[in-house]
Design a protein around this ligand. Structure first.
Ligand SMILES: [Zn+2]
Length: 319
């Protein structure tokens, strides 16, 4: 029998969401979705790795081509005294691929891994960073992320002994204030936020102008609200968007600049305004979703019926 949790993981998780959203998009929208803005230094059927700043690379997943070794984005931030790998990815082979590229590009295996949130497609493969089957780099997440990943969250990875071992030694990131990882010649901030999940982390290098936003930001695809709290999501993205000159690595889709981030926030606010009007008129979330259209001036966001229903349901949940 399928439990509610299994059902949500399969039907509401980001993997199903991405596939469903893209299935109603045009071929050109699907192609544009992950097209590189920056030079690609390595490519595989499931992802390309792009140089987005000094000693910084974004892994942009390309799951629509069919290979789902990685499903969400991540990357590498290298410094003199250490190298951070961002995200645990969907499958261990995805984390291993990033670690191997890290060694090619920097001469080193990642020394730190930072998880933005607990969802299956971002944390499920973290054990793949174990070098030659031995010890993992230092894995960091918030306490909430660890708890939810190990079985409390609706879109958590399936139970797995290797994943549990990977989380056993997690270094807990303070979820109440910004913390820092000093890499010697650069300092990387871990900014605790909320809204896509109960605990999200953004990974920011102010000097390099880089923000890894996790699933707080989606680019060119309608965001997944299955686990979202819209008011927190809008507050978190409003805060991140103030870093106007940054290259933003979203959880899904290509790297975004200021204009794409602004359009995303416009989309969130437009959804909120629609939800407010429809609720005031006495309609249900499903009825509200049926009458919503993404404004044409915001571009193509590959919105599916179920994605819109999950969005409106998230707004209704907050009331
Ligand atoms: Zn997510």
């Amino acid at each position: 029998m399928t439990s509610r949790r299994d059902f949500l993981r399969v039907s509401g998780g980001c993997v199903a969401h991405v596939l469903l959203s893209s299935s109603c998009a045009s071929a050109s929208a699907r192609r544009r979705w992950t097209s590189p803005l920056h030079p690609t230094v390595s490519a595989t059927p499931f992802a390309h790795l792009d140089a987005i700043g000094p000693e910084t690379w974004a892994l942009i997943s390309t799951p629509l081509a069919g290979d789902r070794t990685t499903f969400g984005n991540g990357g590498i931030i290298a410094g003199r005294d250490g190298v951070i790998a961002v995200e645990g990815f969907y499958r261990p082979a995805g984390a291993t691929w990033l670690a191997e590229r890290c060694r090619e590009l920097t001469g080193r295996w990642p020394t730190h891994v930072v998880l933005t949130h607990y969802h299956l497609d971002h944390a499920g493969g973290v054990q793949g960073y174990a070098r030659d089957g031995s010890a993992l780099p230092m894995v960091r997440s918030t306490d909430t992320t660890r708890t939810l990943a190990l079985g409390g969250g609706p879109v958590a990875p399936p139970k797995d002994a290797a994943l549990e071992r990977a989380f056993a030694d997690v270094v807990i990131v303070d979820a109440t204030r910004t913390s820092r990882i000093d890499l010697g010649n650069r300092v990387v901030e871990l900014v605790p936020l909320r809204g896509h999940s109960a605990s999200d982390l953004a990974i920011v290098d102010e000097d390099a102008g880089i923000t890894f936003a996790g699933d707080l930001l989606w680019n060119g695809m309608f965001p997944n609200f299955v686990d979202a709290t819209p008011s927190q999501l809008i507050a978190s993205m409003t805060q991140l968007s103030k870093r106007a000159g940054h290259a933003f690595v979203p959880g899904h889709g290509g790297v975004a600049g200021r204009v794409r981030v602004a359009r995303y926030l416009d989309l969130l606010n437009d959804l909120g305004a629609h939800a407010g009007r429809e609720r005031a008129a006495g309609r249900t979330a499903v009825e509200a979703a049926a009458t919503y259209r993404v404004p044409a001036l915001l571009g193509d966001w590959m919105a599916s019926t179920s994605g819109l229903e999950r969005a409106m349901t998230a707004w209704w949940r907050e009331q």
